[in-house]
Design a protein around this ligand. Structure first.
Ligand SMILES: C[S@@+](CC[C@H](N)C(=O)[O-])C[C@H]1O[C@@H](n2cnc3c(N)ncnc32)[C@H](O)[C@@H]1O
Length: 363
């Protein structure tokens, strides 16, 4: 794994990247700029197809020399011409590199599309391709009604629906671990976690983030809290991360109560799943669990930037509109939400990823 670049450097390069694409949009005819949006849709499906068919794994397994697309097609029982054309398109997206004789090698992006439990992003692409891609076309209806696509198509709230769909839920939990692969190293590098003897992760999924935090704080222990069905599946990942013996897993609902006794309560990508009423209820339960001890709260979320300042949060917010049912928030919205439930916003720290650390203390 390459070392984390400093958050400031990442922010600078992100500004440069978005400046260049905005310059390109101004220079080319509008129709050409709009075609890029359609190209992004095609590009996503190329990545999804490679993920679903485990093509990058096959190229990796073929060894260090570029692999012939014909041979990969044979191994995976695919149509050779269709696979070659897909890989040629994938080369344009930077997922693979094309060599003479219809041979391909993986780029760093392609390597992140292989199934490696601690570094791969592939499960998120699979989840979005299998399920997300069916729901995003409902965005116009979400805008008309303010309801999520899940609510519109199933009549249920997103997590209520997920509970009754074990196959989708399993795919979702793996996707969340994959998303955490992107953020958790950046989070662990951005803050000193050794100062907390006991870290609780509320809505922590299978424990990808908690595992990373405990790796950076070798004397600390952790509590992983999530729905009982979810924490039941956390053992293998905690084992692989080498932290199993330092973690208590607790199943329950954060709308009822969360475990007491931690010095730091972390929650990543949870508060953004909910509107203010439910978010306040979760935070109130965390506040109650802290009691009168000097604890800290850390919400790991993308924070919406002011108008004119691009940030992934503004698009992730729409993913929440379509799927999660919650919202991304600005700094002042977090300050207000926290103030209403007995916390003071101490500040927001950036990380080398899109996620920021929203830090708060009980008052
Ligand atoms: C978007 S996922 C984030 C998971 C994890 N924190 C991460 O970043 O990978 C939201 C998490 O909230 C959990 N969750 C939803 N409703 C819950 C409830 N009522 N009580 C506890 N956890 C819940 C889900 O099971 C899921 O793991």
């Amino acid at each position: 794994m390459s070392p984390m670049p400093p958050p400031r450097l990442v922010a600078l390069s992100e500004r440069a990247r978005s400046g260049l694409s905005s310059l390109k949009r101004k220079m080319v005819p509008p129709n050409v700029a709009l075609l890029d949006f359609v190209g992004d849709l095609w590009g996503f499906h190329v990545a999804f197809a490679l993920a679903e068919l485990a093509v990058c794994d096959a190229i990796q397994a073929a060894g260090p020399e570029p692999a012939s697309s014909q041979r990969i097609a044979q191994e995976l029982s695919l149509d050779a011409d269709a696979l070659y054309r897909t890989l040629r398109g994938a080369a344009q997206l930077g997922l693979v590199e094309e060599h003479s004789g219809q041979r391909f090698s993986l780029t760093s992006l392609g390597r992140a599309m292989c199934k490696s439990p601690e570094a791969s992003f592939v499960d998120f692409i699979i989840f979005m391709g299998r399920y997300g891609a069916q729901n995003w076309p409902l965005l116009p209806e979400c805008i008309r009604t303010g309801k999520t696509a899940i609510e519109l198509s199933t009549g249920k709230q997103p997590f209520e629906w997920l509970t009754g769909e074990p196959e989708v839920a399993e795919c979702f939990n793996r996707a969340m671990t994959a998303v955490s692969n992107v953020a958790c190293e950046a989070i662990a590098a951005a803050h000193d976690f050794e100062r907390y003897a006991h870290i609780a992760d509320i809505g922590g999924g299978h424990g990808r983030l908690l595992g990373e935090l405990l790796k950076s704080a070798p004397n600390s222990r952790g509590t992983l809290f999530d729905l009982a069905k979810v924490v039941e599946g956390a053992g293998p990942l905690l084992e692989r991360l080498g932290v199993r013996s330092r973690v208590d897993t607790v199943g329950g609902s954060f709308f009822e109560a969360v475990p007491e006794g931690a010095d730091l309560y972390v929650s990543k990508a949870v508060i953004h799943d909910w509107q203010d009423g439910e978010a306040s209820q979760i935070l109130t339960n965390i506040r109650k669990a802290m009691g009168t001890r000097p604890c800290k709260l850390m919400l790991c979320e993308t924070v919406v930037t002011p108008p004119g300042k691009p940030h992934l949060a503004k698009l992730l917010d729409l993913e929440m509109l379509v799927h999660g049912g919650g919202r991304e928030r600005t700094e002042s919205e977090y300050a207000e939400l926290l103030r209403g439930v007995g916390f003071r916003l101490d500040g927001i720290e950036g990380t080398a990823g899109p996620v920021s650390l929203v830090l708060a203390s009980p008052v």
